[in-house]
Design a protein around this ligand. Structure first.
Ligand SMILES: [Zn+2]
Length: 492
C-alpha cells in the first residue's frame, strides 16, 4: 500500500473547523430514572433489572424525582434557562441493547436551554453556548468478550438500561481541538462541583460525541458534518478532532465531498474510521411519550433546587484570589476539585498566614505529587499537614530548607507532616546568634556605602543585608531572627 501523508490542519489555511460537542453525563442517583432498580456499577450482569427497565409490555415508567432535581441543578450551573414544562419523547431505533425498541428521551421541549460555559481565550474568556440540556435513559451494554463462547456470540447486560443521563449539547461555537478540550475540562469541573455525577469516564459516567465540519474561511453556512462517537478521554477527543479536521480539509481541498456519517476513533492508530451513515432526526420517528405526563418544574421547585447550587469554580477562583491574596494560577490549581478547594480553605483559615499555605501547596506539594504521579487526593501530606508546616515556618521554628527535607521524608515514608515531624524529634532551626552576628558584622564592614545610606534614612537597604545574610547562612537561619539582628546592628 502506498503511504499517504498524515492529514494536517496547518496545510489548509483557507479552511476553518466548526465543532459542536454532545456530552452524556450519568446522574448519581441510587435508583434508575423510571424504576427503583439500583444504578450501582459493577453488579453481576442482569441483576439490577425489573419489568420496567426490561421493557416488558404493560410495565409503566414512574419518573424519579431526584433525577429531575439533579438535572435541573446541573442545568442551572451551566447557566441554562429551565423550562417550566418539558416533554418526554420516544426515540425509536432497533438495537440489541435496547429492549423496548425505543429510548425515552426529550426532543423539541427539553428540560433546559440557552446556557453557556466560559473557557480561557488568551487573556480573556470565550463563551461557548449550550443549546440544551435534556433528560434521557441509558441503554444496556453489548458484551463481546469475557465469557466462554464470546468468539461466536454477543451477550447483553441490561443493568445499565434506564440509568439516568443528561445530555448536554453545545452550540457549534468551538473553533479548535484545544477549545474543545477546554470546554470539556470546564464542563466536567462544573458538574463535579454540583455533585450530581462522578464524571468517571472509565465507568462511562461521562461520554462525549463530537460533531465536526469544515468550511472555507469567511463562509457563513456550515459544511457537511461527521460525528465521532464515544471517545473515552478528553485527550483522545482532542487527538480525534485534529485528525478528523485534517481529513475533511484534505477531502475538500482535493475537490471531494465530506459524507455525513458516524465515525469511530481508534486511539492506537490516531485515526477515525467510518462506522455508518449518520441518522437524521426523522429516522428516529420521535413522538411524545404517552406513558409519562409533561414534566413540570414549578418556580417554587426551581427556587428550592437553586438553594443547593454551590459556589461554582470560576466564582470560587476569584474569591480565593481576593480572600487569600493568592495568584490566579494558585487559584486554578486549588479549585481543580471542590474537595481540594474545601480542604485548602479549611487549612488556610486555621493557619497563621493563608498565603504561605497557598505557596507551600503550589511550590512544594504539587511538584512532589507530579514527580510521583499522584493526584492531590492521594497526597501523603494533608492540607492540615501543610497548614501545620506553614505555621512552623511562620513562627521561625523551622527553616524553608528544613521544611523541604521534611516534605521529602513525608513522601518517602508515605506519612503526613505532623507524624514525620514527631518522628524526626521536632527539629528546630538554630537560634544561635553568634554565627549570624559574625556574618552580619562582616557584611557591614564590607559594604560601608549601604550602611551610610541606611543611616541617612533609607531603611529599605536593610533588605540587602537580610538577603546577603540569608544567602551566607544557606537558608538555614530563621528570617525573623535575621531581620531583628540586622536592624539591631545597623541601628547600633
Ligand atoms: Zn428496573
Amino acid at each position: 500500500m502506498a503511504s499517504t501523508a498524515e492529514p494536517s490542519i496547518a496545510a489548509h489555511p483557507k479552511f476553518e473547523p466548526v465543532i459542536g460537542l454532545e456530552v452524556h453525563v450519568q446522574l448519581l442517583t441510587a435508583t434508575k430514572i423510571f424504576c427503583s432498580c439500583s444504578t450501582r456499577f459493577g453488579a453481576p450482569p442482569n441483576t439490577n433489572v425489573c419489568p420496567v427497565c426490561l421493557g416488558m409490555p404493560g410495565a409503566l415508567p414512574v419518573l424519579n424525582k431526584k433525577v429531575v432535581e439533579f438535572a435541573t441543578l446541573a442545568a442551572m450551573a451551566l447557566n441554562c434557562r429551565i423550562n417550566e414544562t418539558s416533554i418526554f419523547a420516544r426515540k425509536n431505533y432497533f438495537y440489541p441493547d435496547l429492549p423496548k425498541g425505543y429510548q425515552i428521551s426529550q426532543y423539541d421541549k427539553p428540560l433546559a436551554e440557552q446556557g453557556f460555559i466560559e473557557i480561557p481565550s488568551g487573556k480573556s474568556k470565550k463563551k461557548i453556548g449550550i443549546t440544551r440540556v435534556h433528560l434521557e435513559e441509558d441503554a444496556g451494554k453489548s458484551l463481546h468478550e469475557g465469557f466462554p463462547d464470546a468468539d461466536e456470540k454477543t451477550a447483553i447486560d441490561l443493568n445499565r438500561t434506564g440509568v439516568p443521563l443528561i445530555e448536554i449539547v453545545s452550540e457549534p461555537d468551538i473553533a479548535s481541538p484545544d477549545e474543545a478540550y477546554d470546554y470539556l475540562t470546564r464542563l466536567k469541573e462544573i458538574i463535579l462541583y454540583t455533585g450530581v455525577s462522578d464524571c468517571n469516564m472509565e465507568e462511562g459516567s461521562l461520554r462525549c460525541d463530537a460533531n465536526i465540519s469544515v468550511r472555507p474561511k469567511g463562509q457563513k453556512e456550515l459544511g457537511t458534518k461527521a460525528e465521532i462517537k464515544n471517545v473515552n478521554s478528553f485527550r483522545f477527543v482532542r487527538e480525534a478532532l485534529i485528525y478528523e479536521i485534517g481529513r475533511q480539509m484534505d477531502v475538500l481541498e482535493s475537490g471531494g465531498k465530506v459524507t455525513q456519517e458516524t465515525r469511530l476513533y481508534n486511539s492506537g492508530e490516531g485515526r477515525t474510521y467510518s462506522m455508518r451513515s449518520k441518522e437524521q432526526a426523522h429516522d428516529y420517528r420521535y413522538f411524545p411519550e404517552p406513558d409519562l405526563l409533561p414534566l413540570v418544574v414549578s418556580e417554587k421547585w426551581r427556587g428550592e433546587i437553586s438553594n443547593s447550587l454551590p459556589e461554582l469554580p470560576e466564582v470560587r477562583r476569584q474569591r480565593l484570589v481576593a480572600d487569600y491574596g493568592i495568584t490566579e494560577q494558585d487559584a486554578v490549581v486549588l479549585t481543580s476539585s471542590k474537595a481540594l478547594a474545601d480542604q485548602f480553605e479549611a487549612a488556610a483559615r486555621a493557619a497563621k498566614n493563608p498565603k504561605r499555605v497557598a505557596n507551600l501547596v503550589q511550590g512544594e506539594l504539587m511538584g512532589r505529587l507530579k514527580a510521583k504521579d499522584l493526584e492531590v487526593e492521594q497526597s501523603p501530606i494533608s492540607m492540615n499537614g501543610v497548614a501545620r508546616s506553614a505555621d512552623l515556618v511562620e513562627s521561625g521554628a523551622i527553616s524553608g530548607k528544613m521544611l523541604k527535607d521534611l516534605y521529602d521524608l513525608c513522601f518517602e515514608r508515605g506519612k503526613d507532616f505532623p507524624q514525620v515531624y514527631e518522628e524526626e524529634g521536632r527539629p528546630e532551626q538554630s537560634r544561635d546568634t553568634s554565627a549570624l552576628e559574625k556574618i552580619i558584622d562582616d557584611l557591614i564592614a564590607a559594604n560601608p556605602k549601604q550602611v551610610e545610606q541606611y543611616r541617612a534614612g533609607k531603611k529599605t537597604v536593610a533588605g540587602f543585608f537580610v538577603g546577603q545574610t540569608m544567602k551566607a547562612s544557606k537558608g538555614q537561619a530563621n528570617p525573623q531572627l535575621i531581620n531583628e539582628l540586622v536592624a539591631k546592628k545597623l541601628d547600633g
